[in-house]
Design a protein around this ligand. Structure first.
Ligand SMILES: Nc1ncnc2c1ncn2[C@@H]1O[C@H](COP(=O)(O)OP(=O)(O)OP(=O)(O)O)[C@@H](O)[C@H]1O
Ligand SMILES: [Mg+2]
Length: 454
């Protein structure tokens, strides 16, 4: 008699189950994503036996009341904005990010603020001891109010504790360390992560508790575990930043209660994370003036303009094939822009190495940076500095034309706010902007025109 199968293969990306290993997942078409794991017994699945709440009746939409207090401020404007104006009661928020970026620090600080605001908070850590948390808490300053800590990895125990303590907010640090006893596979595996999140979702929705989940990210920078994880939760936030720079960016990639365009900027200091209210000022700090190859550009992060410095260094090449690098921006885009310079403006870029860098470690792929990159390259090539009070934005097309970008007015206003006196922008955008005597606006139609201004 054939033995009953106890394991199956699961897709790490979408959770698709298959009896045998496959190279490509038929559901999400990703390659090499199948891992072997014990099968989850059907009777233990959450839709089966476990029932957290009473059976409820359907209600009419008009009978549901929303109170303003359903949204609670986290005490950080930057985070509130990313969440769409504060945390919604009973929501499930997933916070992902690279190791050591400051996920635990951010959430501990949020806990402190919420507890000080009269909320009961339960912080559950599966990866750190109480002593380690205490050390971190000492770093971020005094804690008041009801803030409870628990070191636990079994979700069944956690569920009981939540029932007993009845907190308003729960932090799970991190989902990859949690496990459900009825599932045989190891913590962090596809089925564990999926089923654990499922249970947490039921707790959040059933009892109206806000739950923040910390998720580890994979090499590719997405939350480890199946993609379905992101579908289950209400909000997915990514905490990112440069290892060597002190600022951190919180980005919403999914939000059921607000826009996903917003970002929050924080700075990691000795005493924890501090909000950065004016990122442009922060990004332009310590900028060399009168250096060739450096230009300030304006990029948009959602509805927020951010000024940053684009640097280029062009040097005669010693090799047959010139070297090109792009840090903080798209490498292929830089190559494309150099080809435009070569063909449309007749610079022999093939004879030069070129290095392009977005200062401060920020990553930006917005096409509005094109014109600044082109001008920085030419400025470096000709060793002709651009006035430090000039800002540039515009998209460059393949025929060397400068195309319009969105939200030009906001970009110009940000430049005025930070004391810039000249702005080079696409001619089409110029026509739409109101005249302003605080800043000189120069509209350009082509790359050649823009270089002429240099
Ligand atoms: N005394 C300090 N001064 C400044 N920064 C510090 C100090 N102590 C820790 N940090 C910063 O805090 C970071 C660790 O933060 P945290 O533990 O919150 O990260 P995490 O994202 O939770 O990491 P993990 O993925 O390991 O859980 C360190 O990488 C470091 O940048
Ligand atoms: Mg941590």
């Amino acid at each position: 008699m054939a033995k009953a199968k106890t394991t199956a293969f699961f897709c790490k990306e979408c959770g698709y189950e298959s009896a045998k290993w496959m190279g490509q997942c038929p559901a999400c078409k990703e390659w090499n994503t199948f891992v072997e794991e014990p099968i989850v017994k059907k009777e233990s699945s959450p839709s089966g036996k476990i029932r957290l709440t009473e059976r409820r009746k359907p209600v009419a939409l008009s009978e549901i009341s929303i109170e303003e207090k359903d949204r609670v401020s986290t005490g950080y404007q930057e985070l509130d904005r990313v969440l769409g104006g504060g945390v919604v009661g009973g929501s499930l928020v997933l916070v992902g990010g690279d190791p050591g970026i400051g996920k635990s620090t951010l959430l501990l600080q949020v806990c402190r603020n919420l507890a000080a605001n009269g909320q009961k908070v339960l912080y559950i850590s599966g990866e750190e001891s109480l002593k380690q948390i205490k050390l971190r808490a000492n770093r971020i300053g005094a804690v008041t109010g009801q803030l409870l800590f628990l070191c636990e990895t079994s979700l069944e125990t956690i569920q009981e504790t939540i029932r007993e303590t009845k907190p308003d907010v729960v932090i799970i640090d991190s989902i990859q360390t949690m496990f459900r006893e009825e599932i045989a596979s190891a913590p962090g595996s596809v089925s564990q992560v999926r089923e654990s999140t499922n249970l947490l979702m039921q707790i959040a929705k059933g009892e109206g508790i806000t739950i923040f989940i910390v998720g580890h990210v994979t090499k590719e920078g997405v939350v480890a575990g199946p993609r379905v994880l992101e579908h289950m939760v209400d909000t997915v936030l990514y905490f990112e930043g440069d290892r060597h720079a002190s600022y951190r960016i919180l980005r919403g990639v999914k939000n059921r209660f607000g826009s996903t365009n917003e970002i929050g900027v924080f700075e990691m200091r000795e005493q924890g994370l501090v909000e950065v209210e004016n990122p442009s000022e922060f990004m332009l700090e310590g900028r060399p003036e009168d250096a060739s190859g450096a230009i300030v550009a304006c990029a948009m992060e959602g509805t927020r303009p951010i000024l940053l410095e684009v640097q280029a260094l062009v040097a005669q090449t010693n090799l047959g094939i010139p070297r090109r690098t792009a840090a903080g921006t798209d490498y292929n885009r830089v190559n494309l822009l150099m080809a435009v310079l070569e063909r449309r403006c007749h610079y022999e870029m093939g004879r030069y190495d070129a290095y392009v860098n977005i200062a401060g470690g920020m990553k930006m792929n917005e096409p509005a940076l094109d014109l600044a990159i082109v001008m920085a390259l030419v400025s470096s090539l000709k060793d002709r500095p651009v006035s430090p009070k000039t800002i540039v934005f515009g998209e460059v097309g393949l025929s060397g034309e400068v195309r319009a970008v969105s939200m030009a007015e906001q970009r110009v206003n940000e430049a005025i706010k930070l004391g810039f006196d000249t702005c080079i922008l696409p001619q089409i955008c110029l026509e739409k902007i109101k005249k302003n005597d605080k800043i000189r606006l120069i509209g350009v139609r082509s790359v050649r025109e823009a270089i002429g201004i240099l």
